[in-house]
Design a protein around this ligand. Structure first.
Ligand code: ZN
Length: 281
C-alpha cells in the first residue's frame, strides 16, 4: 500500500522530484495517473507539485533552480521584501547545493535549505532585515546551534556579525527592526520587560516605555482597548509612553528617534527604578 501522492507532496512542501516519492512507495505510473487526472502538476521533466504551488516556485523549477534569499524566506513564511526573484540556478542536481561542511544536501520544496537561504539573504538584503530573519529563525528554532556556526563560518565578516546579533527576545519583525535601530543609535534598552501585570515591548533608560504596533497584532478591538488601558496605567505609574506604528518605523524613523531623544532629555533628571540593571539586557 502506498501513500496518496497529494499527501506525500504535502510532506515534501508541495514541490518534489518524482524520485523523492519512491520512499513513500509511489511509482511513476501512480504519479502519471494523478497528473492526467489534474490532481497534481508536472512542472518539468522529473518534477511535480501540488496544484496550489505559487507562480514563483513554478518559475524557479522551470529555470532549473531553487528559490533562495528573500524569495525562499517569503515561501517559508517570513514577510518577503520587494518583488525581485532570488534563485540559485544551474543546479539540476540539488546535490550541488551542498555547502562545504554539510553532508546532507538540503532542499525544501522549491526552496534551498534554511542554512543556504540565510547565507544568500545575509549577503543580499539590508542589514536590519538580515537580523530580523535571523531572529525569526531563532524564535521558531529552525536551525540547530551547529547550523548557525556553519552559517557564520560561511559568511564574510560583516554579514557573519549581523547573524551573531540574533536574539530570541523580539516577538515580531517590527520589534527586531526597532531593536536593531536602537542598537545602531546607541540607545540603551531592554525588551519584553514586565511592569505590573503588563509587559513593555521596550524600556528605554530613564523611565520611557516604547510600544510598537505592527498591523498583525493590533487589528482587533479587544487588543486596541487593552493597549489603551496599558498606556493609561503606565502613565499613572509615572512612565513616559511612546507608541510607534509599522509605517512610522519604516517611513519616518528620524522623527521617532527625535521623539525618543527629546523624551530622554526631559526624563534625565527624574528618579526611576533602574530596570536596565535588574532585567535581562
Ligand atoms: Zn537575494
Amino acid at each position: 500500500m502506498h501513500m496518496e501522492v497529494v499527501s506525500a507532496l504535502q510532506k515534501l512542501n508541495g514541490v518534489a522530484r518524482m524520485r523523492d516519492l519512491r520512499k513513500f512507495g509511489i511509482t511513476r505510473e501512480i504519479i502519471w495517473k494523478e497528473i492526467r487526472a489534474h490532481r497534481i502538476l508536472r512542472l518539468r521533466r522529473g518534477w511535480i507539485s501540488l496544484i496550489t504551488v505559487s507562480p514563483m516556485e513554478i518559475a524557479a523549477v522551470e529555470a532549473h533552480g531553487l528559490l533562495t534569499c528573500a524569495s525562499a524566506a517569503g515561501v517559508l513564511g517570513f514577510p518577503a521584501q520587494g518583488a525581485h526573484f532570488h534563485i540559485r540556478s544551474r543546479c539540476d542536481d540539488v546535490n550541488e547545493l551542498r555547502t562545504t561542511r554539510r553532508k546532507t544536501p538540503t532542499k525544501i520544496g522549491a526552496c534551498v535549505g534554511i542554512p543556504e537561504m540565510i547565507i544568500d539573504y545575509a549577503t543580499c538584503q539590508p542589514a536590519e532585515w538580515v537580523v530580523a530573519l535571523a531572529d525569526h529563525l531563532e524564535r521558531t528554532r529552525a536551525l540547530a546551534g551547529s547550523d548557525w556556526a556553519m552559517v557564520e563560518n560561511s559568511l564574510p565578516k560583516k554579514a557573519a556579525r549581523l547573524i551573531s546579533m540574533r536574539s530570541r527576545i523580539p516577538e515580531s519583525v517590527l520589534e527586531s527592526v526597532v531593536r536593531f535601530r536602537l542598537l545602531q543609535a546607541r540607545i540603551p534598552h531592554s525588551m519584553q520587560v514586565p511592569i505590573g501585570r503588563f509587559r513593555a515591548d521596550f524600556v528605554i533608560s530613564s523611565g520611557i516605555v516604547l510600544e510598537t504596533h505592527g498591523a498583525e497584532f493590533h487589528s482587533d478591538r479587544a487588543d486596541w482597548e487593552r493597549d489603551r488601558r496599558k498606556v493609561a496605567w503606565l502613565k499613572s505609574q509615572g512612565w513616559e509612553v511612546l507608541e510607534i506604528s509599522y509605517s512610522q518605523v519604516f517611513g519616518e524613523w528620524e522623527l521617532v528617534l527625535s521623539a525618543i531623544r527629546a523624551t530622554r532629555s526631559k526624563q534625565r533628571n527624574r528618579q526611576f527604578p533602574n530596570f536596565l540593571e535588574t532585567k535581562r539586557g
